[in-house]
Design a protein around this ligand. Sequence first.
Ligand SMILES: CC(C)(COP(=O)(O)OP(=O)(O)OC[C@H]1O[C@@H](n2cnc3c(N)ncnc32)[C@H](O)[C@@H]1OP(=O)(O)O)[C@@H](O)C(=O)NCCC(=O)NCCS
Length: 227
Amino acid sequence: MSSSSSSPSSSSHSISIRELRLEDYDEVKNFLSKHFFATEPLMSTPGENTAVPEFEDEFHLSLIRQGLSLVAIDENHGNRIVGVALAQSQVPNNLDEQCLEAEQRPAKCLVDKIHKFLSNLEKRANVFSSFGVERALYLYMLGVDSTVRRQGVGTRLVSSLIDLGRSKEFPVIYVTCTNQHSAKLTTALNFKCVDSQTYADYKDEQGKQVLQPPAPHTKASVMAQQL
Ligand SMILES: CC(C)(COP(=O)(O)OP(=O)(O)OC[C@H]1O[C@@H](n2cnc3c(N)ncnc32)[C@H](O)[C@@H]1OP(=O)(O)O)[C@@H](O)C(=O)NCCC(=O)NCCS
């Protein structure tokens, strides 16, 4: 294989963070498919349809329009995107709305099942009543290019989002960590666990465990921080 066709590795020094813009979306879509949906541990649940439903695109675009999402760019490799943080402004009603939406949508694929699980957990955790606030910055999706992981890119994206949240006067930021890696990352940034649910306890009507990520991932945790 020639060097030009291999995956470029990067130094974290050449990586910068900026706002995610609508014109980035084609690249972001490819990025998410390769570095988020293909590697996020819940998506490894065996025997499931891992197709990503079309409504995800519409939803991602609506988030980007809010101007609260970020990308990490590798300046040494043609400004390619190496990290994405999709975030949204939420108010208390959003918790009920997203639960209702997830309940009403027939669970045709794994992403539908994950949404149902997460929206119920987030409703139960209710960061709005936990913190006594009417508005929160919600980190919906965080992904880093597999070739530059463990170099602090995810941490930098979340730190920058915290700064952005403060500058926009959000009282709270939160994220539901579906795996141990993101839970460690956010804990190191002073997020605290508001509520969590183990996957072993989440079963369908036949008693089968719905979400089965590989070890060491055993639970999802709603992690939040006052800003
Ligand atoms: C989770 C993810 C965003 C982390 O990005 P990253 O840039 O590698 O994270 P960082 O380098 O900032 O890591 C910060 C800390 O998180 C923990 N961590 C991250 N990845 C880890 C791994 N593979 N194994 C163990 N700990 C890990 C470590 O404590 C790490 O600190 P350390 O490297 O000093 O030990 C990335 O692995 C990813 O995109 N995963 C697939 C999508 C996903 O699961 N997203 C989160 C859904 S909530």
